[in-house]
Design a protein around this ligand. Structure first.
Ligand SMILES: Nc1ncnc2c1ncn2[C@@H]1O[C@H](COP(=O)(O)OP(=O)(O)O)[C@@H](O)[C@H]1O
Ligand SMILES: Cc1ncsc1CCOP(=O)(O)O
Ligand SMILES: [Mg+2]
Length: 266
């Protein structure tokens, strides 16, 4: 599997898929830059009047509910319906799930459109699966990713989505197996929008790789390894942002193979 993950990174670089993003105001710039650095081609587009055209030309869709408002919610639901009908892949980032009734109601509507992939932190995935006893703290997690494993499996069973719980360990739950990626760096939690960037990268990989579990594993491995290598060369969160973009862009096969820590079960 390790060899194939590197091939998937190469495929994104070679094919440069066009990825539509309906995302939040905080991260529009970082996620567009992360997609470009990984070799993909981003377009941020949420206008109702152009959703049908976007669904036609884009190879995948990223929906991120970070800064919700009614106009945007309608755009998200319409865009998800369009790509679902066209059989194109899409990924949902349930930012701040459980923080408000409005977010949870919107997520219910979106989940009915069967996302190919759902990626969130542990608190968000537990809130999405209605697991009680999770204290939500806005957009940051209060739990470790393994605490959300059952919640991820429940979402997978209910909607058929590949579910990724990110954190110190990134866990990817699919039909046949569960993948664990132990890359990344604690400093990554001190830069806003790196979870959103991970989700955007997933959008690029599901556009060009048919096997969604492998696509998500490749995206999370790329993000984790690039973050880890970038963080060791950074004085703090500010330089990490810059170094991360550079590493997404220039990561080599030798660095990838020497840094990847991945296991799977099932
Ligand atoms: N403590 C940590 N150790 C290693 N990597 C981390 C850690 N926290 C977050 N990451 C990495 O940062 C990226 C964003 O994940 P996360 O912080 O869980 O998302 P979010 O920003 O949505 O809460 C992922 O690539 C994840 O692997
Ligand atoms: C701070 C904030 N508030 C609303 S969306 C957002 C960005 C969250 O990004 P991430 O989950 O990737 O850290
Ligand atoms: Mg997030």
């Amino acid at each position: 599997m390790e060899k194939r993950l590197w091939e998937h990174i190469q495929t994104v670089r070679q094919q440069s898929p066009l990825v539509q993003n309906i995302t939040n105001f905080v991260v529009m710039n970082n996620t567009a830059n992360a997609l470009l650095a990984a070799g993909a081609s981003p377009i941020m587009a949420h206008g109702h009047a152009e959703l049908a055209d976007m669904a036609r030309i884009c190879r995948s869709l990223v929906i991120n509910i970070g800064t919700l408002d009614n106009y945007w919610t309608e755009a998200m639901v319409q865009a998800a319906s369009l790509v679902q009908r066209m059989g194109k892949p899409w990924v949902l980032d349930p930012v701040g799930a459980g923080a408000s009734a409005y977010r949870d109601a919107t997520l219910d509507e979106l989940l009915k459109r069967k996302p190919t992939v759902v990626r969130g932190n542990a608190s968000e995935i537990m809130a999405l699966a209605n697991v009680g006893g999770t204290a939500t703290k806005g957009v940051d997690s209060t739990a470790a990713s393994n605490q959300a494993l059952d919640a991820a499996k429940r979402i997978h069973r209910q909607y058929g989505s590949v579910v990724c719980v990110s954190g110190e360990v990134d866990i990817v739950v699919g039909e046949k197996k569960t993948v664990y990626i132990r890359n990344g760096h604690p400093l990554m939690a001190k830069v806003t929008g790196l979870g959103c960037s991970a989700t955007a990268l997933i959008g690029a990989f599901i556009a060009v790789v048919d096997d969604a579990l492998e696509a998500v594993s490749a995206a999370m491995a790329l993000m984790g390894i690039s973050g880890e290598l970038a963080a060791t060369a950074s004085a703090g969160p500010g330089t990490l942002q810059l170094n991360l973009l550079d590493k997404l862009y220039n990561l080599t096969e030798a660095e990838f193979a020497a840094t990847l820590r991945i296991t799977d079960e099932g």
